[in-house]
Design a protein around this ligand. Structure first.
Ligand code: CTP
Length: 396
């Protein structure tokens, strides 16, 4: 995302304080953030806050002769790779819908050719008002993207729709917009993530400690490189990535069915999920009482998903292998058995990057090569995996 310019329009909703967090997050991600504030917004949060967080001047006035931009709204409008209005009040949404440009923020919005992302924040009645809904519809039909509003507690004390979307969700949407022309643009990718759970009875299951973080990182990275992403997810505590189609599953059988139905037409399959190899032969419909005797579980083999969907044509297939010994050897065996282009092998025997860690160290194994990666954030490893996928797609 680095070297890209985000123009962040902040308007006079109480959620303006959260825009400071957004500005900080985007700046830390390497983006150049140029803040434009309405006069009302400056009454809620000082421009100095944004100036400090972004390291750049904050624009508030049309005719500020001390500002480095000559004709401010045109310069900012031209420079924007994406224009984000967060928070956006009902008033500013109405102005955007009708082309009213009576301050620096709305002038810049009218003058820009950059994609526009709007994060509404207002009282529920204002959001639900037919005037606001009609304005939102007008903007949507012109290609403006909206994120939120979320439902929850409002500054007015009430509860309902109108909270600004989370900073995470807004940052996700910005990533997706900036990645529209990335090296996976036009590609469809199916990612599986998390561990499956095999029910013993209504309150117990056989599972594994997979957090889902690696698969979610692959899904988010692919989205930010322009791919249309479907994520088949086992139960996890992770936030759903915005801009990704998520199919929730619980068991290995459900994951197989989800993959089988979503796979036709995909270009890439990345199987990062830790799928259970065994499930109880029968699931009790009532909670098993413990009694005194030892419990014996009769287990059956689950279907191997990759082997089962082998016949569905996909340009590139990537598997993961969690191993405690003979990493490369075991990965090579899976490469052939599961018809994969390469395997991302992890050593889960050591304690270096335990389950649930935000980092990972892996060996990328194909038929004639095994390359160790350094210890990386899961997101950085996801991008390395996708670099290989891109090369394979280009040669496919
Ligand atoms: N996998 C799958 N279906 C299963 C089990 C695993 O598609 N029932 C996929 C995983 O998502 C992963 C790859 O196969 O991409 C390797 O998973 P792993 O559990 O390491 O391999 P197994 O085939 O289960 O082999 P083993 O238990 O012998 O290590």
């Amino acid at each position: 995302m680095s070297q890209r310019n985000v123009v962040l329009g902040v308007t006079g909703s109480i959620a303006a304080y959260k825009a400071a967090d957004l500005a900080s997050r985007l700046t830390q991600a390497g983006l150049s953030v140029h803040t434009v504030m309405t006069e009302n917004a400056t009454k809620l949060v000082g421009p100095a806050t944004f100036r400090a967080l972004t390291g750049r001047p904050v624009a508030t006035e049309m005719f500020d002769l001390t500002n480095p931009f000559s004709i401010e709204h045109v310069s900012l409008a031209d420079l924007a790779d994406v224009f984000v209005v967060a928070p956006a009040t009902a008033n500013v949404i109405a102005k955007l819908a009708h082309g009213i440009a009576d301050d620096l923020l709305t002038c810049t919005a009218l003058a820009t050719r950059a994609p526009l992302l709007v994060a509404p924040a207002m009282h529920t009645a204002m959001w639900e008002n037919p005037a606001t809904q009609a304005n939102v519809e007008t903007l949507r039909t012109r290609g403006v993207r909206f994120v939120g509003p979320a439902v929850g507690r409002l500054a007015s004390g009430g509860h309902g729709a109108g909270r600004m979307a989370s900073v995470d969700d807004i940052a996700d949407e910005i990533g997706a917009i900036l990645g529209r022309n990335g090296d996976l643009a036009g590609r469809r990718i199916l990612v599986t993530a998390g561990g499956t759970r095999e029910a013993i009875d209504p309150v117990r299951f056989l599972g594994n400690p997979s957090s889902g973080k690696m698969g979610y990182a692959v899904a988010a990275a692919a989205r930010d490189r322009g791919a249309a992403v479907t994520l088949v997810s086992g139960p996890t505590s992770l936030r759903r990535p915005a801009g990704v189609r998520v199919i929730d599953v619980v068991s290995a059988d459900e994951m197989l069915e989800a993959v089988r139905s979503a796979l036709p037409g995909q270009d890439v399959l990345v199987m990062a999920a830790a799928v259970a190899d065994f499930a109880p032969k029968t699931t009790l419909s009532h909670k098993a009482k413990k009694g005194d005797a030892a419990l014996k579980l009769d287990l059956r083999r689950t279907a191997d998903i990759l082997e089962t969907v082998r016949a569905i044509p996909v340009k590139v297939k990537v598997g993961f292998a969690a191993e405690t010994e003979n990493l490369v050897e075991n990965a090579r065996d899976k490469l052939e058995r599961k018809d994969l282009d390469f395997v991302v092998a992890n050593d889960v025997g050591g304690t270096d990057c335990p389950f649930g860690s935000d980092e990972n160290q892996a060996i990328l194994v194909n038929a004639d090569d095994a390359t160790s990666t350094p210890r990386l954030s899961k997101r950085a490893l996801a991008d390395l995996v996708l670099d290989r996928v891109v090369t394979l797609l280009e040669n496919a």
